[in-house]
Design a protein. Structure first.
Length: 264
């Protein structure tokens, strides 16, 4: 565990594992670096991995001020600067994919290759989850909303054989004010006008059965980002990267390996 301090005075925690060229892994909304615990070792045969506790999560500071995906991207830049990393590959899932869009668009010289997983361009062009999904996540009955989220993240077959612990359901140590700030940051994301400016080679991954972040967002991103590749994982829900890791992780590594060295 290491820390750096951003220009606006927020202390950000980050974690580095493995050896080799760095791969930045960005977690979903209201989650810390443990989001990646189930799969980050998949990349250590060829890469080191760098995770970040977003402001408001984990061991980072938790200021009660507006957050945005652009601010989160600047925090990642602060971490790269602290490590002396000029350019890295970036793999963001869910809200982490929104942060990754901001990184690649606003800091193109810092992103060698980009993977966007189970994410959305946001704004009026993004495909929103249905009211039935929203309702299931707003249930007040104890445990009901958590169970609904589990079923949006994973298939019934996977849940039947994996009783937990689950690391993709949110940082349990987050105070209420930062949960609200994260929700607002994700909801206010709109990168539609930025996507054509992304110059990094890009792979878009999505589960075909994702209803939390509807699968229809994947082709929108792939069509909007110049030269982007699209891969849908049949039968996968939102946490495709964990449940379908034997397919998803090799796809990511193969894509990153195929990016020409001269892009670095």
């Amino acid at each position: 565990m290491q820390h750096t301090t951003t220009r606006d005075g927020v202390r950000i925690a980050y974690q580095v594992q493995g050896e080799g060229a760095p791969l930045v892994l960005l977690a979903g909304q209201a989650n810390n670096h443990h989001w990646w615990d189930g799969v980050r070792d998949d990349f250590h045969s060829a890469r080191s991995t760098l995770t970040v506790d977003y402001r408001g999560t984990g061991d980072s500071d938790k200021p009660d001020r507006p957050y945005s995906t652009e601010v989160f991207a600047k925090d990642v830049i602060a971490v790269l600067d602290d490590l002396g990393v000029d350019r890295a590959d970036v793999y963001g899932t869910s809200m982490g994919g929104r942060v990754a869009q901001q990184l690649a668009a606003h800091h193109p010289h810092r992103v060698r290759a980009l993977v966007l997983g189970c994410t959305s361009p946001g704004g009026p062009h993004g495909v929103e989850r249905g009211n039935d999904v929203r309702g299931s996540l707003a249930q007040s009955r104890p445990g009901a909303a958590r169970q609904a989220l589990l079923e949006l993240m994973y298939t019934p077959a996977w849940l039947a054989n994996h009783p937990g612990p689950y690391r993709t359901l949110g940082d349990p140590g987050m105070p209420a004010h930062t949960r609200r700030r994260h929700l607002a940051a994700s909801n206010q994301h709109d990168a539609w006008h930025l996507l054509p400016d992304i110059s990094a080679p890009t792979l878009v991954l999505h589960g075909s059965d994702d209803r939390l972040n509807p699968a229809a967002n994947a082709p929108l991103l792939a069509d909007r980002i110049p030269g982007a590749r699209l891969h849908m994982i049949p039968g996968a829900r939102h946490a495709y990267f964990e449940e379908f890791r034997t397919e998803a992780s090799p796809l990511v590594l193969d894509f990153l390996t195929a990016v020409p060295p001269q892009r670095a």
